[in-house]
Every structure is written in structure tokens, then in C-alpha cells.
Design a protein around this ligand. Structure first.
Ligand code: ATP
Length: 222
């Protein structure tokens, strides 16, 4: 069995007028070390799919398995621990906490398991170094450029060594040069950490850098 398996995911939204079937039996299998870009029209359900496989949202039916574990069967508390331990998210907006330094922002996901020890702080520093921010660790987000803020978000996504790295339009708010370097950075860190990277993007250029591109159309991968 593959390390990551999404099987027959269906997602429906009830509106007053009708039931909207956004995902109509979508399946995807990936092993550690693999990456894929998901493209598709606006409203095709890309973010919805990413939220379901990252356990931020529940499917109407279908299952998600990671490293042999059926994530769909977990209760709320177990889901929170699972997300924290296994899934790293990078969104279009960085969602950094404005009052914290870059270093403390990277450490935020570790707070769920207590105060970070010195080994964890060293890991956060080394991640910030690896994303090119060695001399920006004490900066608060407001003093960082957009590209730098997004690189802090990448370091934060990696702090708990997730096996599944999910990115939703990670370059959507960046200029062309910063978008290029962030795309390369994501693929580099994914290879180094032997994780699975699934990235939703509107950018054909970014998608072209991935090993594989799949398109979501009318609720199905085509
Ligand atoms: N809670 C909800 N209730 C009803 N409809 C919803 C809800 N959440 C999402 N949708 C609808 O589901 C569809 C898919 O949304 P989603 O955000 O996944 O699309 P997307 O492909 O990521 O779009 P974009 O590229 O514009 O970000 C949209 O038509 C949206 O309006």
C-alpha cells in the first residue's frame, strides 16, 4: 500500500437550493519522496480536497490513509494530534502571528506538546537558515518582505517533520521572482525530508516544476 492513499473522496455541500457535489469520487496515491501539483478552474474543489486530506475538513464519504493509518476514523482530539505530528501546511496567506519573531513563529506548532527544548529551538534556527533567513530570526513578520514571510511559513510547516506537506497557492501572493524561489524551496525541502508534497496552484510555471500534475475537473481528477 502507498504511504498516502486518498480513496474515492466525495464532498457535498448543502445549500438552501441544492446539494453541490464538489468532489465526486477522487482518489490519489503517493509514496514518500513524491510530489504532485493539483491544478483546475477556480471553484473546482482543489482547496476542498487539500483540506480533506490534511484533516482540516471531513469528506462526505471516502477514506484518507497515511502510513497505513486510516485517518478518517480518528476523533477530534486524535485528528488534532495527527495533524500536528504528520501534516505541514503552507497557505497563500502566511498566517504568521504578528507579535512573535520569525523564530517563535516557526516554533508555534511545537507548543502543543509543551515548551520547546533547546534541540527544538536549534531545529527551528536551522530551518530558518535553510530557507535563507539566518539573519532575520528576531524579526517580527511586519519587518519581513512577503517572500520572507512565506519562507518563515515554510519553516513553520516543517518544524514537526511532517510526512505530508500540503501547499495551497503558496506563491499566489508573491511576485514572479519570489514565486520561483519559493517553488524551488518547497521542492528542495520535500526531497531533503523525503516527504510527500501536494501543491494546489494556478501557476502553470510552478506546476511544471513538479514531477506530476493532475487536474481537477467536474469533481474528478483528469
Ligand atoms: N461551506 C461551503 N458551502 C457551500 N459551498 C462551498 C463551501 N465551501 C466551498 N464551497 C464551494 O465549493 C467549490 C469548491 O471550492 P474550493 O475552494 O475547493 O475551490 P478551488 O478549486 O480551490 O477554487 P480557487 O482556485 O478559486 O481557490 C466552490 O464552488 C465553493 O463555492
Amino acid at each position: 500500500m502507498a504511504d498516502f492513499v486518498a480513496s474515492n473522496i466525495v464532498k457535498e455541500f448543502q445549500t438552501p437550493a441544492q446539494t453541490l457535489r464538489i468532489l465526486d469520487g477522487v482518489s490519489l496515491e503517493l509514496d514518500r519522496g513524491q510530489n504532485v501539483a493539483i491544478v483546475g478552474e477556480s471553484g473546482s474543489g482543489k482547496s476542498t480536497f487539500l483540506h480533506i486530506i490534511g484533516s482540516l475538513d471531513q469528506a462526505t464519504s471516502g477514506t484518507v490513509e497515511l502510513l497505513g493509518k486510516n485517518v478518517s476514523e480518528l476523533n477530534e482530539g486524535e485528528l488534532a494530534s495527527h495533524r500536528n505530528a504528520n501534516v505541514g501546511f503552507v497557505f497563500q496567506q502566511h498566517h504568521l502571528l504578528p507579535q512573535l519573531s520569525a523564530l517563535d513563529n516557526v516554533l508555534v506548532p511545537t507548543l502543543a506538546t509543551g515548551k520547546p527544548d533547546s534541540a527544538m529551538i536549534d531545529r527551528a534556527k536551522s530551518l530558518l537558515e535553510s530557507v535563507g533567513l539566518a539573519d532575520r530570526m528576531t524579526h517580527k513578520p511586519g519587518l519581513l518582505s512577503g517572500g520572507e514571510q512565506q519562507r518563515v511559513a515554510v519553516a513553520r510547516a516543517l518544524i514537526c517533520e511532517p510526512v505530508l506537506l500540503l501547499a495551497d497557492e503558496p506563491t499566489g501572493s508573491l511576485d514572479a521572482a519570489n514565486a520561483d524561489s519559493l517553488g524551488s524551496l518547497l521542492l528542495e525541502v520535500q526531497q531533503e525530508s523525503n516527504s510527500i508534497l501536494i501543491c494546489v496552484t494556478h501557476s502553470g510555471k510552478l506546476a511544471g516544476d513538479f514531477s506530476r500534475t493532475i487536474r481537477l475537473e467536474k469533481g474528478k481528477f483528469v
